[in-house]
Structures are given as structure tokens and as C-alpha cells.
Design a protein around this ligand. Sequence first.
Ligand code: PMP
Length: 357
Amino acid sequence: MSAWEMNVRRVVPYVPGEQPQFAEMIKLNTNENPYPPAPGVKKAIAGVSEDAMRRYPDPDASALVEAIANYHGVAKEQVFVGVGSDDVLAMAFLTFFAGGKPILFPEITYSFYDVWAELFRIPYERPALLEDFHLDVNAFLKENGGIVIANPNAPTSIAEPLSVVEEIVKGNPASVVIVDEAYVDYGKESALPLVDQYDNLLVVRTFSKSRSMAGMRIGYAIGSPALIRAMLDVKFSYNSYTMNAVTIAAGVASIEDDAYFKENVAKVIATRERTTKALEVLGFDVIPSQTNFVFATHPEMLAGDLFAKLRERRIFVRYFKKARIDNYLRISIGTDEEMDCLMKALAEILNENAVKD
Ligand code: PMP
């Protein structure tokens, strides 16, 4: 071992869903939106001037911050923007979880949380979800150094009612509670109305799913001005220019077209409901979803085998080889045509499997 290797920060990185590059494939593995972003987004990108490219971008990303603040009816001092919600969440972990006590997040949730905790040397505990995959509220009412919950949760697709989120935020006045709402546009209740009431609540959102902009990398957080100020201090101690000029313009254009946004969300929800029924016809147990994906298990065929068989047909879904969820598939909602192809393939695979038995 070289002497310098003693000084290396050792981490086990998060593994994102694969991004295969086949011309012909059905990609339902990373919860991307099958529809393009609002038409104004491409126009705004084309309209970015060479001067804007030559110069450093606005370090405050003010145009985007103001657009988001106006959209949600909050002050601009309550908004933090970053390079996808991954960046926003990482900054929030770095900012708010420095107290030394273990932070809490569920055992089954977005698998980046434990990676950031390890990276930043934050101790953590992962209370188990209940039998039905709902949150065990009492497990989040003990002493802690901070709390993170994804609502709706991933990969289970289950949303907790606002009363549950409020109980946790109210019960932990000495901790920052991060509510990751990556999928909330496909669900019911956002925690945003609670932000003015509780100064320890940080709500995190993304443009990656419901705004069809995963490739642009835009995420944001909304909280009390004191929380946002603390995050900005950490951000400006790390990298002033996280948001580039093109991304800022694209983000503003997306926010400006609310009719397109609503229509996009409605289409995905309609396909999700159709998909749930079609999977049930094939014998799957499907958890009622509040997201742009479904989490499903089949009583007669192992999820790992189904995943592999679909992959052979260049249909990509997500499979997690983890305790309690290793017999489930997470299937992102694509277009109706893509979901029809998936159903056809699943029917064939299940049929072959039944014949073999
Ligand atoms: N939170 C959750 C629960 C997610 O599933 C994802 C998507 N992988 C993210 C945050 C991060 O999304 P992005 O960085 O694209 O905003």
C-alpha cells in the first residue's frame, strides 16, 4: 500500500440505475418522465447568449429562485436551488446534521441517504417500516440528530398523510426534518403549507420527474429563511457556481408553463392507473402508487427472474436485491405504448414460466 493511500477517504458510492444506450429499448428503470419538457424550455436554452456563456453565472441563480418562490407563494429567502435534488439533499445533510447524534431515516427508502451519511461521517439509524411498508411514526419520536423522510417514499411508492409528517416535525423541534418530495406531484399532500409554521422543516423538490428535466439537473429546497441561510453559507463555502446559465434559463421556462406541467402530470397518473390494473390482471400484487412508478410483486415468479427476462428483451426496470423488497420490481411509468409492450412481454414470460413448471 502506498503511503498516501492511508489518507484516502474511503466510501462505497451510490449506484444509480443503469443508463443503457440501445437505440431500441424500453427504459423504465430510473423514474424518468417519458414526455419532453415544456416547449419553452428548448427555446430558452437556444436563447442563452454567448455573453452568458462567457461570463460566470449568477451565483444566487436569482431568476430561478424567484420563479420558484413566486410559484409556491413563498419569499425568495425561503428557496435554495441546486444541481438536482441529490445536490440539495447532500448540502442539507452537510449543513444540518453536524450535531453528532444519530440521524434517522427509514430502513427502506432512497438509498442515497446512507451514502451521504457515510461520506459526511454522520451517525445514523434506520428504523424498520411497518409490515405494510408504512412509516412507523413512533420510531421517529425518539432523540436524534436529524430526520429524513421521502414522502411519497421510494421505492415503495407509498405516501403518508400530512398529519403524519406534521407529527414528526412537531415532535422534533430540536432537529431539522427533511421531507424529500421528489414524487409529490404524483401524490396528494405536500408538506409545503407547514413550512411557515415550523422553522425546522425543509421540503426538497426536483425538476427531474414531473418536469421532465432529469438531464438538466435542477432541485430545490423550501424552508424557513434561517434554514436556507445556513444552507447557502455551506454552499458558498464549497462551490459558488452550482447552477449554470443554461440550466437557470431552462428552469425558469419550465415554471412559466404551468398548463403543460399539469397536463404532463395528469397523463402519467392516468397511465399509472391503467398500468396498475393491467399488472393485476397478470396476477401481480401492486402497491397503490402515489408516484410515477409502481412497486409490484408476483406470487408465481421471482422478481429477480422477471427482471432478468425483461432485460433480455431490452425492457429495463429496477430490481433491488435487499431484505424485504427483493421480490419486488420497481417499474417507472412510461408512455401508454411502452406500458403495453411491457404487459405483452410480462404475459409471455409468465406463460413460459407456467409451462416450465
Ligand atoms: N429523492 C428521491 C426519493 C429520488 O428517488 C431521487 C431520484 N433518484 C432523487 C431524490 C434525486 O433526484 P434528482 O437528483 O434527479 O433531483
